[in-house]
Ligand binder design. Sequence first.
Ligand code: KG4
Ligand code: ZN
Length: 340
Amino acid sequence: MKVLGIESSCDETGIAVYDTESGQIWQRLYSQIEKHREYGGVVPELASRDHVVKAPPMLVDILAEIGTIDDIDAIAYTRGPGLIGALMVGANLARGLAWALDKPLLGVHHMEGHLLAPMLAEEQPEFPFVALLVSGGHTMLVDVSAIGSYRILGETLDDAVGEAFDKTAKLLGLPYPGGPELARLADSVTESRFEFPRPMTNRPGLEFSFSGLKTAVLNVVREHEPVSESLRAEIAHAFQLAVVDTLRIKCRRALAETGYQSLVIAGGVGANRYLRQELDKSTRKQGARLYFPALEYCTDNGAMIAYAGALRLLQGQCDETVNDVLPRWSLESLPLLQIS
Ligand code: KG4
Ligand code: ZN
């Protein structure tokens, strides 16, 4: 079965086709970064308008590569969570196609897409596992005992990790989106004279809080203004260290609490090289294994939506009568996938 996946929850237009028999993926990805850069963040109205312009030609292009539109057997799209207007563009495109082609249709949870993306890698994690979902909008540790069986062990009380990276990068005068830029600057030095707090690590529990860390950076920046290039790199280095250390401590706790042997990182911040390296070391020390998606499937993309949709569509799930999108949508409310 060839499943078309459409992702449009934020500032990336992702169109992909996943073949459930061969595992082959065809994909197109367009990032709106340039459109939003001058505003220092995603402008929802601009995002929706750009999805409207970019998605149809990307779809035509990918269909030309796989054959014809008749080769598509089912359609999956991101139903939420995300920006309402942006979600509606992908949802309407998917619904129009499904109606015209008379094919099954399924609305996918964006975070389930991220969470299952590591299954597209050569080495796949086995259930159960702990997932660390770290993106621009979410930071959570999830107990994944099966597809659709998700229990949130802890999440952020304020900023998401990606958001903390982006806001700190902005404070340091780095261009939007700051996460990868900040990581690059942080990796350019090996030491820092600064040390930032590891929020909420000195008490039990698996919750996160990153807004205080951002304030700590702000205070250091103010104290040292004008901040030289080398000082900025040291601040970025200390910030990345504090974030990664915090995530590592909580992941270790989550593995100990659940007794699971596998940790999965997913979501945009999962592309962070230092985070991958440190989590890999610490999970090994604990006798567990770390799994992560290929870099191209870490940040938003259509392949993860096609894949997550395909798993459910194969089991007969579809929702042709749904006509809404869900800007907020609890991961824990998803139906369990009954594999026969
Ligand atoms: O999953 P994603 O593409 O979109 C959302 O669903 O939010 O995640 C985007 C987030 C942004 O905050 C971006 O700055 C961050 O992931 N990010 C990174 C890195 N690459 C992307 N943060 C730290 N280091 C990176 N290498
Ligand atoms: Zn995402």
